[in-house]
Design a protein around this ligand. Structure first.
Ligand SMILES: [Fe+2]
Length: 464
């Protein structure tokens, strides 16, 4: 176990919510091979679950999104949990903890940014036989199966922009569709990477301004950009923290482009004002392109602080939504699917870009915040009805990652995995739920004798 000095970041009362409770960082890197298992780990699960999150090594950060990346992994094989490991991603930010990000990030020589400067804290991607830790302002960082940092990856020098933390791997072809956005022009550049991991296309895309584009989405034939009114603000940038603010003057638009298309091919569709951190999935239905995602009516009007309230307005919660864009007529329709607050939506990797029936989320509403958390399974073929897995009091799950069962015949034949924080013991466990029977007791819990702090996105990377 590697232990670094534990910084003093103030008393519990003084700390902002994103540094308190299980959001607080941990400071050591552990390898734990004796893991208590409750239930039975399916023997077909051979591989590793990785989850990334912001874990500031200084003990403090100005915003939930800004801490150093720490990846937490668990390896499973032959019905056993072989290890749990947590490792910081070694980036220039990690190596220079006393330096301001902008000091390292600004490259005055080329009047741009140094995309090697990253905290690599947002998501984990498996593609082309490699594993990456991702953060949307920078190049990806390759990590090993044992969660050690290999180094920055720029696609043989071909990637000249940042790379989103939410690229999409086509469920059919293995192609990686992605983009980089920037506060400087060009504000948006689209990239295509083939299944072997070679960057084969980069295209500048015209958007209305320097918008924060956290996610995008794809169908079998299209890539879809979310040009939404969360705009880079230079004044806020100079003051530090997250330099993004809501604009009432900036239209909310989705841009639909053939996957190998160019800027001139983008069809733009204006929608009601909103922000979408995460899409669930998209697919084609006749002449319609259908997008599902977790819609917020707005974000960050006064500041980019994420307000946490004991008595939140339910209308401020992210809610599952559907947008339909008719590629022939240009018509737009949109509707709310559920009034429950849900986020961190996932579908099976094999269905990215194809019509999915089910979607799996973290519940932010009923049972989702407060005394315990829940995972939700939406059935979109059944009016968006929801099946809930409620966790015990004081237990909080994260984003549920879907893992297909061997020989699956139905879309939901498989497992859901996420770390759950158990407040009663101040420890965590990796839960394995039956995706076809989400409300049932877990199939297995792999108990980690320490807590895994709240994080962002995870993924299962199987050996096959
Ligand atoms: Fe995200």
């Amino acid at each position: 176990m590697t232990t670094t000095e534990t910084p003093d970041s103030g008393t519990e009362e003084e700390k902002p919510w994103h540094l308190s409770g299980n959001n607080a960082p941990i400071f050591d890197e552990a390898t734990v091979t004796e893991l208590e298992v409750k239930g039975s780990i399916p023997t077909e699960l051979k591989g590793r679950y990785f989850r990334n999150g912001a874990n500031p090594q200084s003990g403090t950060s100005d915003h939930w999104f800004l801490g150093d990346g720490m990846v937490h992994g668990v390896e499973l094989s032959d019905g056993k949990a072989n290890w749990y490991r947590n490792r910081y991603v070694r980036t220039p930010m990690f190596d220079n903890p006393d330096k301001d990000r902008m000091e390292l990030y600004l490259d005055m020589e080329k009047m741009g940014f140094n995309y090697e400067v990253s905290v690599a804290n947002t998501a984990v991607l498996g593609h082309g036989g490699k594993i990456y830790a991702l953060e949307e302002g920078s190049f990806p960082y390759e990590i090993s199966k044992e969660v050690d940092t290999i180094g920055c990856h720029d696609y043989d020098g071909k990637l000249l922009t940042a790379m989103t933390a939410h690229p999409k791997v086509c469920g059919e072809t293995g192609e990686l569709l992605m983009f980089g956005y920037s506060s400087l022009e060009p504000y948006l550049v689209y990239h295509r990477v083939n299944a072997a991991g070679e960057l084969v296309q980069s295209e500048e895309i015209t958007v209305g301004g320097p918008t924060m584009m956290h996610d995008f989405t794809v169908t079998r034939n299209h890539s879809i950009f979310l040009d939404l009114p969360a705009i880079f603000d230079m004044e806020m940038a100079m003051a530090g923290g997250m330099p993004i603010r809501w604009s009432d003057d900036y239209p909310s638009r989705f841009g639909v482009m053939p996957r190998a298309g160019t800027d001139a091919d983008v069809k733009w569709f204006e929608v009601d004002p909103c922000y979408v951190f995460h899409t669930l999935n998209s697919y084609e239905d006749g002449d319609d392109v259908v997008v599902n995602g977790c819609r917020l009516r707005e974000i960050w009007r006064e500041s980019s602080e994420i307000a946490v309230s004991d008595d939140p307005d339910p209308a401020d919660a992210p809610m599952m939504w559907e947008w339909r864009f008719n590629m022939k007529t240009g018509a737009v329709s949109e509707r709310q699917i559920d009034d429950r607050g849900t986020e961190f939506p996932r579908v099976p990797d094999s269905l990215v870009g194809l019509q999915n029936r089910y979607g799996y989320c973290l519940s932010m509403g009923d049972g989702g915040v407060g005394e315990s958390g829940a995972n939700v399974k939406y059935d979109l073929a059944n009016g968006g009805s929801a099946e809930i897995h409620n966790y015990p009091t004081g237990h909080f799950p994260g984003e549920p990652s879907f893992v297909p069962a061997a020989g699956a015949t139905n879309e939901d034949d498989g497992y859901l995995m996420t770390y759950v924080y158990a407040g009663d013991t101040d420890t965590s466990y990796l839960v394995i739920l039956d995706a076809s029977n989400v409300s049932a007791d877990p199939i297995a819990e792999i108990h980690i004798p320490r807590r895994v702090p709240t994080g962002f996105h995870g993924t299962w990377i199987g050996d096959s």
